[in-house]
Design a protein around this ligand. Sequence first.
Ligand SMILES: C[S@@+](CC[C@H](N)C(=O)[O-])C[C@H]1O[C@@H](n2cnc3c(N)ncnc32)[C@H](O)[C@@H]1O
Length: 235
Amino acid sequence: MGQAYAVTAEFYDLLQAAEQLGVTERLLDRWLGQPEVGVLDVGAGTGLATARLAARCAVLVHAVEPAAGMRAVLLSRLAGQPDLLARVRVHARGVQELGLRRVADFGWCLNTMAGLAADERAGALAALAGALVPGARLVVQRPPSEAADARRDLPSWRLGGDLYTGEVTTVRTGPRGVRWRFDYRVSRDGALVREASEVFDGHLASEPEFDAELAAAGFAVVAADTPDIVVARRS
Ligand SMILES: C[S@@+](CC[C@H](N)C(=O)[O-])C[C@H]1O[C@@H](n2cnc3c(N)ncnc32)[C@H](O)[C@@H]1O
């Protein structure tokens, strides 16, 4: 896991933060409430949501992020901000490996389940359930139920005249599998300066399958939101 996101970490915020933050703020406005025990951010990535959670909550935020490259950006985001530093604890392993017990009454896990195979999802959901107190709310993004071969552009940005672009190519790898290839390019005056790529394997699960996995881990689905968001209550 240490090398995962080694390429993507550099480009993630530049190309995807605006869209991610829009979704994050909307979902937090609707579902966060006022946590009183703690907050769990599983698959914290570059900390886009972590920082918003810490700014909105008075309790400790547990940011779980195993990939060193993503964690580096997360830590840079917190650096120099005493208010946030005091309220974010960073866990540098997968949630299944942490053994966190009843540390939070709000759980957040976006854009992460898609990368886990069924057995890993079961382990992650069980770990999430263990880390949350009874009655806690979980906001989790489903794995995709379908994926067709496709190609799409990420938003592009200019930096000092250079153009930063990203492209995602989706390929089905089997009945339950999908592969996303991210190609990042930097160009100047129309000529390529550099490019880099990273490939991620993903795993599909139908909505009934994922709901059953949530139930098996001790969560009751209470609501839905977009994009592919499930709101569940820890029993
Ligand atoms: C696509 S990123 C999403 C980051 C962030 N949630 C967002 O929406 O911007 C998925 C993150 O989940 C992390 N991750 C993967 N497996 C994990 C696990 N078992 N426990 C916690 N985080 C995990 C990856 O390292 C990666 O940073």
